[in-house]
Design a protein around this ligand. Sequence first.
Ligand code: C5P
Length: 208
Amino acid sequence: ARPLVIAVDGPAAAGKGTLARRLAAELGLPYLDTGLLYRATGRRVLDRGLDPRDAIAAEAEARAMTAADLARTDLRGPAADMAASAVAAIPAVRAALLDWQREFGRRHGAVMDGRDIGTVVFPEAPIKLFVTAATGERARRRWAELHARGVAADLDQVEAELRARDAQDAGRSTAPMKPAEDAVLLDTTDLDAEAAYAAALLLVRTRM
Ligand code: C5P
C-alpha cells in the first residue's frame, strides 16, 4: 500500500501546526512543516541583502537550501513571515520545493501542514483538513505566542500583518491558499487546542 499522507492546510495561527504535529505522533507518521521551507528560503534571500520578491535570487536560494537552514532560530517573527510569503508567491520557488516535499511524503507517508498540500503537493491525499479560525481570534493567539516568547507586540498590528499575509497567500496565482474540493473544514475559533485535536482525530479516524 502507498504510505499515508494527511494534508493539513489553512491560514496562519489557526492551530494547524499543533494539530498536525499531534496527529503525526498519534499515527506514527513523520511530520513536515512545509512553511519552514519558504521561511528558510526567505531568510537566505534577506541574508544576502536582496529583496524576497526578486524571483532569480529567491529561486537560487530555494535550490541552495540545506537542512541547517531549516533549523535556524530566526525563522519566526514579522520579517520572516513576510519574506516567506513573498518568496512563496514566486512560481519558480514553488517548483524548486515541490519534488522535495513529494519525495518526503512518498517515502514514509507524512502529516504535512501548509497552504497547498491538498491542492497541489498531494492532491491524491486520502485525508485533507483545512483548518481555519476567525481572524481576530488568530491574531489573539499569535499575539499570545509572541508574548510567551517575550516579544512585545501590538495586537492590532499582529492582526494587520495576518490579514496582509492571508491576502497575499490567497491572492497569488500559483498554488493559492484554498481548501481542496475534498477537504474537510475545521473551524477552531471556539475550540481550544485539545478540542481541535479531538475533532481532527475523529475526522481522520472516520476516513482511515
Ligand atoms: O505556515 P507558515 O506560516 O509557517 O508559512 C509561512 C509562509 O510560507 C506562508 O505565509 C505562505 O506564504 C508560505 N507557504 C506556502 N505554502 C505552504 C506553506 C507555506 O506558500 N505549503
